[in-house]
Design a protein around this ligand. Sequence first.
Ligand SMILES: Cc1ncc(COP(=O)(O)O)c(C=O)c1O
Length: 400
Amino acid sequence: MSDLFSKFDPVIQQRDELLGAGYTDPFSLVMEKVESPTVAICNGKRTILLGTYNYMGMTFDPDVVAAGKQALDDFGSGTTGSRVLNGTYVGHKAVEQALMDFYAMDHAMVFSTGYQANLGVISTIAGKEDYIVLDIDSHASIYDGCALGNAQIVPFRHNDVEALEKRLKRIPEGAGKLVVLEGVYSMLGDVAPLKEMVRISKENGAMVLVDEAHSMGFIGEHGRGVAEAQGVMDDVDFIIGTFSKSVGTVGGFCVSNHPKFEILRLVCRPYVFTASLPPSVVATAATSIRKLMNSADKRAHLWENSKRLHAGLRQLGFTLGTDTPQSAIIAVIMPDLEKGAAMWEALLNEGLYVNLARPPATPANMTLLRCSLCALHTEDQVGEILGMFAAAGRATGCIS
Ligand SMILES: Cc1ncc(COP(=O)(O)O)c(C=O)c1O
């Protein structure tokens, strides 16, 4: 019998080597208690959270929590059904209305995760005969959506406007074309040149989908994302987003002004053939989204935090993913996986949690320590974080 698991041997070996060298497994951390959006107890120790994507700190918002508790009392713990059968409650319609109001768009469709939103929308609108032109550093859910729909995939170099144009021009005349972009790329925290890319896509007859997972709530005057910040909202056909970052719960969505959009509810398999989100989740999401509409002060503070951390890390001598802070993600580039694991563990021992990211999730084979700031990190906490980076960096030889 052939062992179907033998294809995982290289990963198993790499993991064994890392653990054999005495490092703590960076992928099995357990949060014993979560005290706030910025502090948890890990290994019995108070730990500052700097890797949770909880950008706007909504997870402990009293109104959000109260809405979830009320929905649990009123509607029970789950819907036990698909949106197209018994799984649409008033709460699902309410969160879709909150999204339409938030984005000032005509249609909103909620999925069980952001992953499923990309999987569902991309695979349904772009089929075998169609072309999907996408940034090579796109999220796994975008690639999986392309694969599920069996579309022709045409990747282009990360954030390269000319490469996008060249690829578009090579697509046969009359073929269906979808350009898929992200507002903020989550590995390095860099922003896409959407203004140019959306213009070029439209000039070449393509529809445009932008995944704003890491920008919703924070970037843009109303927190609508990079498309808003760069003034191209009206030319984007579909915006994909998630509730698992700024919104502070779980779920995914697509918003659009396309006049035929609602048909997706009947033809999109990752929407139809799965259970809908629990009532408590959609209630927390709707409350959170409505509060994010009036969160300009928090957005301003989050920018301050990002700038302060970026400048501080640079001053300490770390190599960062971007020259300037472009989002709430600041990626610290590590020389290799061993040093990355050592630094990750040293930071945890100092009382700081960040994400360790490694290939294949990362571009160009990089090992990264990804920091994601929260609007509720105080100035003192950012100072503490920099102190921890200094101590861990010197202890591991990452900085001198
Ligand atoms: C760009 C991007 N799109 C989609 C997703 C999926 O979101 P979710 O966690 O809601 O499945 C993520 C999550 O990491 C992401 O980074």
